[in-house]
Write a protein that binds this ligand. Sequence first.
Ligand SMILES: N[C@@H](CCC(=O)N[C@@H](CS)C(=O)NCC(=O)O)C(=O)O
Length: 204
Amino acid sequence: MIDLYAAGTSNGMRARIALEECGLAYRLHPIALEKGENKTPQFMAINPNAQIPVIVDHEGPGGKPVTVSQSSAILVYAAEKSGKFMPKDPAARPAFWQALMSASTDMTPTLGAIFQIVRSKEPHAASADLFKGRWRQYLKVWDDRLAKQKYAAGNEVTIADFSLYAGYARAKSAMPELCEGFPNVARWAGEMAARPAIQRALQF
Ligand SMILES: N[C@@H](CCC(=O)N[C@@H](CS)C(=O)NCC(=O)O)C(=O)O
């Protein structure tokens, strides 16, 4: 059994999608960030950075407990534990890693920057425009790619899709205008949204 500490942010959703899609048994512990539940001594004992998501797998490698933070590390952990959603063909792996890293380290931090700026007391318009432009440029590249292939890293579903969808779903619900005008991304997102495991994972 795995304990998952998360909230309904893109990083939290990414970790929960990983566990749901990989079919790993888990208990969800919702963490109310607005109440500071991520800053308690108990929480900081499992992640001194005071950030969700975190998993504690009581049957980790060698049968020993292991604690993992970082949503993309949790994605890779779940994929390796279940043997699912990572390409086995060495020729497919560079594109897979590129897609995963882009989804995790380009999209979500850019979205986080947009949210921080537009929700601040004195939003800096030029900074907001810069990050919105960057987000749309990234999505344009995804759109071109998804015109030629079914999924983020090729023609099989991988954890790169789960990473990308976590950020995309969050953007679409909070600021839908960020996602308008990308038909191939919209086609792909529709397929992702129809997956029962993803539907379960998004219910925070
Ligand atoms: N790189 C980390 C980022 C984690 C992160 O930023 N978590 C946010 C929520 S999405 C958080 O816990 N924020 C609370 C805080 O920093 O006080 C990951 O991918 O998990």
